[in-house]
Design a protein around this ligand. Structure first.
Ligand code: GLA
Length: 436
């Protein structure tokens, strides 16, 4: 349906737009978003605590500010669909539904900014949002960008329901330009690729990286391990196309963290967190921060895993191996020659003893120190050729942060030995293991 002249015109239009280079999101964003947990609950009569209303966002801002989240980097509070009134105002501006946002968005933005946080909002490139609220058609892009900036919005999620690929090809770059033109630094999250199947040639990732800070590539996450697993699988199966697209200021977005909700066991929650860190994914929770199990909090607030996710080099990791045993190995290179390894079990029986060596995982010869991210234990004096064994729970992970050691360390302390013995079973290094 795209004829060549139209395509050329569109490409020219796109190349004329100013690249979105406002220095934002050099590392993946962290924060909280309403959608997966609170959906389009507009029933403030019967469900006042959970409906999409200013109270919900104030509550979550209080929690982020008071429960240690902000200090860890969780800073964006993002409103999703269903915040709008069914009608634009008399000047054609979007407005919040007055019964649910009586103070208006600018006041909510002040509340959030006063707590050292940032506000995100949702709009849709099309005639309607996915839930049927007013959309942003091409003629409304400028006014909507201006409205958001005037309210003090810091982040826009721009969805793509109810538009076709030709309109999207105009609308997404135009919004980028319109946001730039406001003069306010606003993070721009594009759902565009998710509406085009997420892969080249339909999706042009270098263009996306120039105009958007992050983008949804694939289907919505749901509150289940199946959904998380499906997302991990799709991103890994397509890593040759997706992984090179990511970098500082340009991120793939496999969607929200659902840790703390109903669908994941503790092991599965660790798996989501581990894989999102490997993928350099946005760490945007969608859960009820007022009511969170300690196990979920511990996973989401794990400093080492957050540091891995937020590594300044910003290189997305990759799946290295899929074993017949249904063990998969993931790897991400990090600053200071460090790296992260994740061993994921897709088994459904019992903890699996996986034997390997760093050499088998493409590591250079030498000695390494490993930190187990979820148990905070340390392994020293690990040689690339050392065959080691990790015990991986069904649908769980073992995650390591690895640093090469310049010099071989002297003997382990007793404490190290104890930790090692309790966490890992070491086999004698097999001589002659070479780097793959
Ligand atoms: C789409 C998006 C979701 C959410 C809903 C809201 O499905 O992908 O993340 O924003 O719309 O209606």
């Amino acid at each position: 349906f795209l004829d060549k002249t139209l395509l050329t015109q569109l490409l020219t239009l796109i190349s004329l737009t100013v690249a979105l280079d406002n220095g934002l999101l050099k590392i993946p964003p962290m924060g909280w978003m309403a959608w997966e947990r609170f959906r389009c609950d507009v029933d403030c009569q019967d469900d006042p605590e959970n409906c999409i209303s200013e109270g919900l966002f104030r509550d979550m801002a209080d929690r982020l500010a008071e429960d240690g989240w902000r200090e860890l980097g969780y800073e964006y509070i993002i409103i999703d669909d269903c915040w709008m009134s069914r009608l634009r105002d008399e000047q054609e501006k979007l407005q919040p539904e007055p019964s649910r946002f009586p103070g208006g968005i600018a006041k909510l933005a002040r509340y959030i900014h006063d707590r050292g946080l940032k506000l995100g909002i949702y709009a849709d490139m099309g005639t309607h949002t996915c839930m049927g609220f007013p959309g942003t058609t091409l003629d409304k892009i400028e006014i909507d960008a201006q409205t958001f900036a005037s309210w003090g919005v810091d982040y826009l999620k721009f969805d793509g329901c109810y538009s076709n690929p030709v309109e999207q090809m105009q609308g997404y770059p135009l919004m980028s330009k319109a946001l730039n033109a406001t003069g306010r630094p606003i993070v721009y999250s594009c759902s565009w690729p998710a509406y085009l199947g997420g892969l080249p040639p339909n999706v042009n990732y270098s263009l996306l990286g120039d105009i958007c800070h992050l983008w949804r590539n694939y289907y919505d996450i749901q509150d289940s391990w199946d959904s998380v697993q499906g997302i991990i699988e799709w991103f890994s199966d397509n890593q040759d196309d997706l992984q090179p697209a990511a970098g500082p200021g340009r991120w793939n977005d496999p969607d929200m963290l659902i840790i703390g909700n109903f669908g994941l066991s503790v092991d599965q929650a660790r798996s989501q967190m581990a894989l999102w860190a490997i993928m350099a994914a946005p760490l945007i929770m969608s859960n009820d921060l007022r009511n969170l199990a300690n196990s979920a909090r511990a996973i989401l607030q794990n400093k080492m895993i957050i540091a891995i996710n937020q590594d300044p080099m910003g290189i997305q990791g990759r799946r290295l191996l899929q074993e017949k045993s249904q063990i998969e190995v993931y790897w991400r290179p990090l600053s200071h020659s460090a790296s992260a390894l994740v061993f994921l079990s897709r088994r459904t029986d019992m903890p699996y003893l996986y034997h390997t060596s760093l050499a088998k995982l493409n590591y250079d010869a030498g000695s390494y120190e490993a930190y187990e991210v979820f148990t905070s234990s340390t392994v020293t004096g690990l040689n690339a050729t050392t065959v080691f064994t990790v015990s991986i729970n069904p649908s769980g992970v073992v995650m390591w942060y690895l640093i090469p050691q310049q010099k071989p360390r002297q003997s382990d302390t007793l404490y190290d030995q104890h930790k090692k013995a309790s966490q890992f079973m070491f086999h004698k290094a097999k001589p002659g293991h070479s780097t793959l």
